[in-house]
Design a protein around this ligand. Sequence first.
Ligand SMILES: Cc1ncc(COP(=O)(O)O)c(C=O)c1O
Ligand SMILES: N[C@@H](CCCC[NH3+])C(=O)O
Length: 439
Amino acid sequence: MYFHGTSRVNEKGHLEIGGVDVVDLAQEYGTPLYIYDVALIRERARAFKQTFEKHGVKAQVAYASKAFSTVAMVQLVEEEGLSLDVVSGGELYTALKAGFPPERIHFHGNNKSYEELEMALQHEIGCIVVDNFYELSLLEQLSKQHGVTTSVLLRVTPGIEAHTHDYILTGQEDSKFGFDLNNGQADEAIEKALASSSFKVLGLHCHIGSQIFETTGFVLAARKIFKKIGDWKEKFGFVPEVVNLGGGFGIRYTSEDDPISASMYVEQIIDEVKKQVAELGIPMPEIWIEPGRSLVGDAGTTIYSIGSRKEVPNVRQYVAVDGGMSDNIRPALYEAKYEAVLANRVLDENEEVVSIAGKCCESGDMLIWDLPLPKAQAGDYLAVFCTGAYGYSMANNYNRIPRPAVVFVENGEAQLVVKRETYEDLVRLDVPLKAKVNK
Ligand SMILES: Cc1ncc(COP(=O)(O)O)c(C=O)c1O
Ligand SMILES: N[C@@H](CCCC[NH3+])C(=O)O
């Protein structure tokens, strides 16, 4: 079994994370429970930052908060001196609530609303990543109303096919995101943006996809972007202050995954940018990146209680847990794979191969197929590893299942950072029929 970060087995044979016994946490806070290894998040954040520092390259590492956004998480990101990528008014609100410095917030999204852009301008956030022509004119209009010059990056789609699941590809030409780099769209966008006194065009952004295990895609994307920058330097005298190459760095979910280190991604990116910059004879821009999954993915573990079993003779043994696609939709959505152990009996020999079913009323609600485990009984705890990214953030209330609690652990201490939803929370926004209220 592969243990991430500070995870280990303690003298009771229990899983321990951040020096805290996971079984104690399950008993105190209930299950399903998300547990985050704070030391591992810090380690991952520092690895990205320090690689840029080591090479003397000015950079911003912006945590893509869509991976997991809560007030405490944003505060941790602040503590580590990262910037923050938000993609909605809700993520922006969370960041502001957490007291995150607005000047280090970057606002993404392919359909930002008038209200969201208004909120961004009001709070004077660092930069808006403009995705399309509609947004360009909306933002110009709003910037005029506010009497401000807005710092923008233009998001371009470089036409790179990264090797990952189709649903998390973003850099290919047929994508809903960004100005196409190859068909004149990006040229038209930069011309418009540069001509407007409402914008300070910091540079370009691209994001080629997620859970990527090689550096080639990033290198090719940088090459394409700088080729365009070369054209725009000739045509408009444009020299970027910033080139943002997005996120997408892959992590190890199971033994099938073989990720490379943060420093390898960053060094390859720096090498390519330096090469391109030298060829064009322009000053080195700041390099920005936006890791989400690679900062929090393997720092998160979900603990479930095991309940019912069902045997389909000679076919399969189903073992059900008290959560499922309501707290982790990734297996149903992307056929994502996970590894897991019995948190209260980690050292017991595996005796059977079972399939872990969720409790939602949906046949596709399966968390793990064919998992070797000791004979699991009702009341055992299952720890599913690597659920820190796009787990809690994509959790939902299907079947009116309350969303789990979230706990941060570090140096032997645990802190509740998101409370478990209650049944009362589930009906909080419901409005009863008038006739019933009046009775
Ligand atoms: C624009 C942008 N930046 C950053 C990210 C973060 O990606 P990841 O979590 O794979 O690092 C995403 C999501 O894929 C994204 O769409
Ligand atoms: N939510 C996806 C990644 C999407 C990335 C956002 N552009 C996942 O769980 O892998």
